[in-house]
Write a protein that binds this ligand. Sequence first.
Ligand code: FE2
Ligand code: FE2
Length: 347
Amino acid sequence: MVSTLDDTKRLSIARKLAEMRSVQDFLITNEKRFITSVSDQKVRERFQSMLEDDQKNLGVLDTAIVQYGVRAEPSETVNQMIQKAEEMMSGSQLSLFEKVFQHEALKHQQVMTGLLIHKAAQKVGADVEAAITPINTVNFENRAHQEQLKGVLEVLGVRELTGQEADQGLWARVQDAVAALSGVAGSVMTQSSDKSDMNLQDVIRMDHQKVNVLFGEIANSDDPRKIEEYFGQLYKDLMVHAEAEEQVVYPAVRPFYGDSDVQELYDEQAQMKTMLDQIKATNPGTQGFKDAVNRLKDIVMDHVRQEESTMFTAIRNNCSSEQSEQLATEFKAAKDRLQQQMSASMK
Ligand SMILES: [Fe+2]
Ligand SMILES: [Fe+2]
């Protein structure tokens, strides 16, 4: 098996995710500037609520990036585009209307990038779709923001051109457009509305589900190249998940879950890691490869069942929801660190 496990298509999606994150960051900077420079209270309130959504969605994007498990930097083109836009937005040449006009164009770009990632994921694999599900909320909210920005542009544009106020009823119309969008997006919104404060059990379960999808993809494929790609992802996901549990979760649960149960989890993961390395050195086109993956699957699923039954119960009984959410944050941060180390060591 080749030593670099990064598949080109997966890497391209990772790059788009990184670019979406950079643009999201820039949108936030702009909105903060608009809030301090706009005197119209109604317009300011729009930007305020948009800013709150966008800050929450930056967190959602971070979660999706860690969950996706492949790292890339934004392209130079996007970096330069943001730099140019920053010069325009912070300079004094453009009127407020023109700046909001640029902002709306960036929102549009963000919506299209999000949709593109969503469509591309459907082509690459079910595990990719599972990992990036949270960004559907970001897409829908950005789409709703576009409608609100159209309203803001109308108000500011009429004022700049005529010195008069736009027609009454404008905000009601914008609200209707947003409501129509939320209607379409309703199920997605509610499904992931609390993504920003997931507890430890939620984030661990999400990883377990993704691993399960990857085992399924390997079992259902006869194409050695696809099998290699899926295993490459499985290898990274399992290594990072196990290591992050050993750094954050197991030490935290040991006092109430007990030494012997925690030791069992450590031992199983040691065995898992050895098997992963053995399989990695095997030819993915052989029956031996699939047999070894099946043995690994049995061990991983046993291990997962123990974590999701007795360990989760122990966490529920001994940690407050704040503590469990705090552990979730630390667990995600550990995964983030480990993924970056892993992609650096593969270069
Ligand atoms: Fe584990
Ligand atoms: Fe686990």
